[in-house]
Design a protein around this ligand. Structure first.
Ligand SMILES: C[S@@+](CC[C@H](N)C(=O)[O-])C[C@H]1O[C@@H](n2cnc3c(N)ncnc32)[C@H](O)[C@@H]1O
Length: 401
């Protein structure tokens, strides 16, 4: 029987491993023609480059399974450190008819979240960053109780209120900026807050207010990098001490890695992304020549569907955005091929980052867990649904009672 590490042990060991291997998972292969670590780890880089497309795709989807990288990287230990239990659900399944007005995935997430809420009979229920209040509405119907939802966009409050009223659900959607000082008035010791996929600072604010007020929290965090801070400051004293001891320092870009997962993207979207990444890498080769400078030049992203329909079209667009004039006579076919070659190489070298993605996310959630424990909460941490439903499937369940 494998020994299951305590959260404290996980947190400490993950800090060590993330710090130790940061020189390998930190640099983005997309930005480097010569990856900073490749010279020090030539065998690892060669092994990655030698993977075929099928192996590469398999490792993207399941980085810990039968990984040829285990010879160089702590694959098995990382896998055991991120293995978290599924939090137990209570009560019967929700009626499928309640899915109306929600996307299929959102409904399944809500249906997995609600039975794990463990709502206390006397608690005042609050949804944090509610959008149209799909979760609030489902909770209100399931428990036949009043639920308040906070959302800052007036139109979402209005639409969500109408949806709830149509179903006779006792929901009140209040327009509230949760970052504003007056948001504190919604939380008290007898409040139980639900937050599904609240981004960085939004759930950070919830954790701080709950720690102050003693409100119970059920939280599935999301988008850890969406923060006003360019550098991560651990929430917990324990996290700050561990990070200082092991020299782990995380930028906003590092945090973004924790959510860059494409397992749920449909195949045609992934193919489209691959093609546009090859054009971007083609442009990268071109701009280095044109500027006479061997350095990465960030190019803004383009909304899905706005991508020009050829490599040449993309490069002209990008050059204009960056104020570069392109020479005549460019061999676009050769440039596109170079982009594709680089794209294949980048996606293989990125497998190192894939391996540390979930460990980083688990570390970030352990930091939130520790913050609440330090404030006297009892905190459970686990998953609330399969990762195919949403890769952001971690849940914290915390109460001081
Ligand atoms: C990622 S969505 C999650 C919505 C909902 N919980 C769900 O899972 O569908 C985040 C929501 O937070 C809202 N939001 C963003 N900033 C906010 C703020 N400062 N105060 C309150 N709500 C905010 C957005 O308008 C959006 O509806």
């Amino acid at each position: 029987m494998p020994v299951i590490p305590s959260h404290a042990e996980r947190f400490a060991r993950l800090t060590e491993l993330l710090a130790e291997w940061q020189p390998l998972w930190g640099p983005m292969p997309f930005q480097h023609r010569r990856l900073p670590w490749a010279e020090a780890h030539p065998e690892l880089a060669d092994r990655l480059r030698s993977l075929d497309d099928a192996q590469c795709e398999r490792l993207q989807a399941a980085p810990f399974t039968a990984s040829p990288l285990a010879k160089w990287l702590p694959v098995g230990e990382l896998e055991s450190l991120v293995a978290l239990p599924e939090l137990p659900a209570e009560g019967a399944c929700l009626p499928p008819a309640w899915a109306e007005h929600m996307g299929g995935r959102k409904w399944q997430q809500v249906a997995a979240f609600v039975p794990r809420m463990a709502a206390q009979p006397e608690a005042k229920l609050l949804e944090w960053c509610a959008g149209k209040g799909h979760l609030a509405r489902t909770l209100a119907r399931h428990l036949d109780r009043e639920v308040t939802g906070l959302e800052w966009q007036a139109a979402l409050c209005r639409d969500g209120q109408a949806l709830a009223e149509r179903r006779g659900a006792r929901v009140r959607l209040a327009q509230q900026d949760v970052l504003a000082p007056d948001a504190a008035r919604w939380l008290a010791a007898d409040t139980q807050v639900a937050a599904l996929h609240a981004c960085g600072d939004l759930h950070g604010r919830l954790i701080e207010l709950a720690a102050e007020q003693g409100s119970a929290v059920t939280l599935a965090p999301c988008c850890y990098h969406r923060s006003a801070d360019a550098h991560y400051r651990p929430f917990s004293q324990g996290g700050r001490e561990l990070a200082a001891e092991h020299g782990l320092s995380l930028s906003r870009e590092d945090l973004a890695m924790a959510v860059q997962e494409t397992v749920t993207a449909p195949r045609h979207v992934r193919r489209h992304r691959q093609r546009s990444n090859a054009w971007r890498l083609g442009f990268d080769a071109l701009q280095r020549q044109v500027r006479g400078l061997d350095a990465y030049l960030p190019v803004p992203s383009l909304a899905y569907g706005r991508m020009p329909d050829s490599c040449a079209g993309f490069c002209h667009w990008a050059a204009e955005r960056k104020g570069l004039s392109l020479p005549a006579g460019i061999d676009w076919g050769a440039l596109e091929e170079e982009g594709q070659r680089r794209q294949a190489e980048v996606s293989r070298l990125e497998l190192v980052r894939h391996l540390f993605r979930r460990p980083l996310e688990v570390w970030l959630v352990l930091d939130r867990q520790r913050r609440l424990e330090e404030a006297g909460f009892r905190v459970e941490l686990g998953t609330f649904c399969d990762r195919e439903l949403t890769p952001r499937n971690l849940m914290l369940r915390a109460s001081r009672g």
